[in-house]
Design a protein around this ligand. Sequence first.
Ligand code: SAH
Ligand code: SF4
Length: 341
Amino acid sequence: MINLSGMSLSELENLMSELGATKFRAKQIHNWIYTKSVSSIDEMTNLSKDFREQLKEIATVTDTKIKVKQTSKDGTIKYLVEYPDGECVETVLMRFDNRANLTACVSSQVGCAVNCSFCATGKGGFKRNLGYKEIIEQVLTIQRDTGLKVTNIVFMGQGEPLLNIDNVLKALEIFNNDFQIGARRITISTSGIIPGINRLAELDLQSTLAISLHAPNHKLRQELMPIEKKYPLDELKKALLNYVEKTGRRITIEYILIHGFNDTIEVAKELAHWLREIKCNINLIPYNSVIENDYKKPSGNDIMKFKYLLEHSGKKVTVRLERGADIDAACGQLRGKRENL
Ligand code: SAH
Ligand code: SF4
């Protein structure tokens, strides 16, 4: 069976010519898939009934299912989507106060090999990369289920996007061309995979690069992120400076705040110093307890102090709102839970 989701207009045109149909049919189908987000060929009502029957014999709209769906009081919706081989990933739809923005948080891999100490996804180990169609199916799943059009995408679900960079770049192209979601509305978050960052720098994309920094020195970072051994902070800084120089774009620095570990005044000063030459905004993420470990959330007061100190260095600092706390919407929780059922 052919899966129509993920096909470009020219692929659909080729399919139509094989079926002896006009190019215009491809345009119609493209519109039903990406803009109207239908779930079945029968819903494509501007195609004749005979043609729909012919198409149904060889194609379906999607091969991806919703395994679990949870809706939070704050409007966040979390899906566990299932691919034909039975593997599942999480996808989250976030609505911010500004109603026009609908942000999809997508996964790039099943599991993750980077194994950060605070992350539920990492704990489960790495299973496999997602294909680009599997990445875009997450956004289509949201659109089909809600009837809404996603406007922004963040690669902040499960997996390390820059360790699956070819599929991520292909998905980006489809988000731009077929979904009409501008590159500026797409963010790729990485734990600091230097070859991937260098490749993005050469491509000069308009998307935002977010770096999960989490600590301003080698010793502290190594405790949180084993990737620090392979791609240490000194090298990472060089790659970031090169990225900014090549693209002119401002980077987002993500920083998890863990009580008594990396949220002290000394560490804030060290972080401000580490970032001084880098053109960036900073996003502080209060640690979310997802797994059994000794880490604790910072107090509101400590978050504000840390924020104040960084702002003093002239950077723009935001604190990430906790979204969907009542529905296990933090990284890796839902997939982890399902496996324990
Ligand atoms: N692998 C990529 C993208 C996915 S993780 C990366 O690490 O950047 C997206 C963000 O969620 C990262 O900044 C990550 O550090 C954060 N995150 C993971 N577990 C978390 C937790 N328990 N509490 C708060 N943030 C967490
Ligand atoms: Fe992988 Fe990101 Fe989780 Fe680290 S935080 S284990 S890189 S998904």
